[in-house]
Write a protein that binds this ligand. Structure first.
Ligand SMILES: [Zn+2]
Length: 121
């Protein structure tokens, strides 16, 4: 991998990390990183006391948790990709150990597998 390409991917991964972290903060799950904790506490929405209101509350809360899980997983993948750049193993397919397609990395900098292996999953 040439250094220029690695630098570009590192920059993009760092930007992605900032974006994911900020989104998680908005969801109220990264309260340890912000000063005003009260603003970011995960709150169970209260729409009302009727049966329908209660269903909406539970469903919104579940959606938030779902979004949170997906964001945390993405953040983990971005972190791992940054780790691979630091270790010099970035861009190598985890499965077949061949280089991952450059076009694929450009489209998805945190990719861990080449296109062939990804399709086989
Ligand atoms: Zn592969």
């Amino acid at each position: 991998m040439d250094q220029e390409f690695l630098n570009e991917m590192r920059t993009r991964l760092r930007e992605e990390k900032v974006r994911l972290t900020e989104t998680l903060e908005h969801l109220g799950v990264r309260d340890q990183t912000v000063r005003n904790k009260e603003d970011f506490d995960p709150t169970f929405p209260q729409y009302g006391d009727t049966e329908d209101d209660n269903i909406a509350e539970v469903s919104d809360f579940a959606n938030t948790l779902d979004a949170q899980n997906r964001l945390e997983k993405s953040l983990e993948e971005v972190d791992q990709a940054l780790g691979r750049i630091a270790q010099g193993t970035y861009g190598i397919c985890e499965q077949c150990k061949k280089p991952i397609e450059v076009e694929r990395l450009k489209a998805f900098p945190a990719a861990r597998m080449c296109l062939t292996c990804e399709k086989k999953r």
